[in-house]
Design a protein around this ligand. Sequence first.
Ligand code: FAD
Length: 378
Amino acid sequence: MRVAIIGAGILGASAAYHLALAGAEVVVADAAHPGRATAAGAGIVSPWSSGRVDAGWRRIAEAGARYYPELIARLAEDGETETGYRRVGALSVAADGAALDQIEQAIRRRRDAAPEAGELTRLSPAEARALFPPLHPALGGVFLSGGARVDGRLITAALRRGAERHGARFVAGEAGLLTAADRVTGIRLADESIAADCVIVAAGAWAPALLQPLGLALPVQPQRGQITHLQLEGTETGDWPVVLPPSSHYLLAFGSSRIVVGATRETGSGFDHRVTAAGQAEVLNEALAIAPGLGRATLLETRIGFRPAGPDLRPLLGRAGPEGLVIGNGLGPSGLTIGPFAGRLLAQLALGETPAIDLADYAPLRPAAAPDAAMDSI
Ligand code: FAD
């Protein structure tokens, strides 16, 4: 069986890896658009710390976080150990003790139903600063040990190399869909047409234009995120936890003294690939209010990513439109959490298998679910 995939962000790369592992013939086309979300994503993987209540989002986000250790172990069998994934813990912070009480209670409820979320510990301001030294001295915390972070670029590159090791072929360039009668029959590149039994469209925020010629209106739009990378010279930051203030902003750390702070959520941005003065100011002001100790850091770069934002928080995953088409999209602000698991679900669909979870809540062309009051929280 041959499966073609359009898009090699975290979702398409994961689908390719799982299909190749299952022995399918896989071809992946990717146009490397500036602003692909996976290359800009922060990398927080701690859905248990999130205030979002939508059950459809919680089910798949928690399944995505739970799947990571298994995937990381599988990639290691393929020699892929550079993923940037680490369970550094997630530190929710607030200055107000009553607010921390509420956060603690909510996370404890979720953690009790999900042992993989780890241990929950209340921290004094001094204890919180011991874990993340630049923090504001007035902030206390609630620390969840199972929270993790991942480097979107590294894990996607690892999935791609792993897929190639199992026979997948990746081609560079803009792809279109080939159709005949009422089915999708493959993909078309500038100088090549590739027939396929099934095509997975995992083209992120660019997918609506690709599907529009088929008469399919995918309810996805780009939501710009501006996110800044700082360096704290001479400081080992690789074990520092993810920091989650009550706002939609956050801080996290990787090795090589790198701190990532973000991000803007600019609905209606279109594909405007610019760092704006207001965006940069928002990101830095929010970060320095939480962690004034970052004031001495070097500003390395600000990345732009277009989150593929669906009509609500739930991803769009499933068969839709003509025979032979599978759609994966709408990962929005949580695609680095959900993407590897969702890629596995897309692979199962393409192979005609029953997906690991019921996809009824995630039908690609469904109407929006009720809005979640905590939509913009982490
Ligand atoms: P993308 O990564 O955008 O990939 C789509 C790919 O399809 C691109 O490479 C594009 O070039 C290609 N493509 C499109 N059209 C075509 C075509 N016609 N032919 C060929 N190729 C095509 N998630 C978390 O879980 N935790 C976080 O902390 C987090 N932080 C984020 C912070 C920011 C600032 C942003 C922007 C996102 C964040 N996310 C986070 C969300 C996550 O990054 C995205 O949901 C996820 O990366 C989406 O992956 P994707 O593969 O669907 O899309």
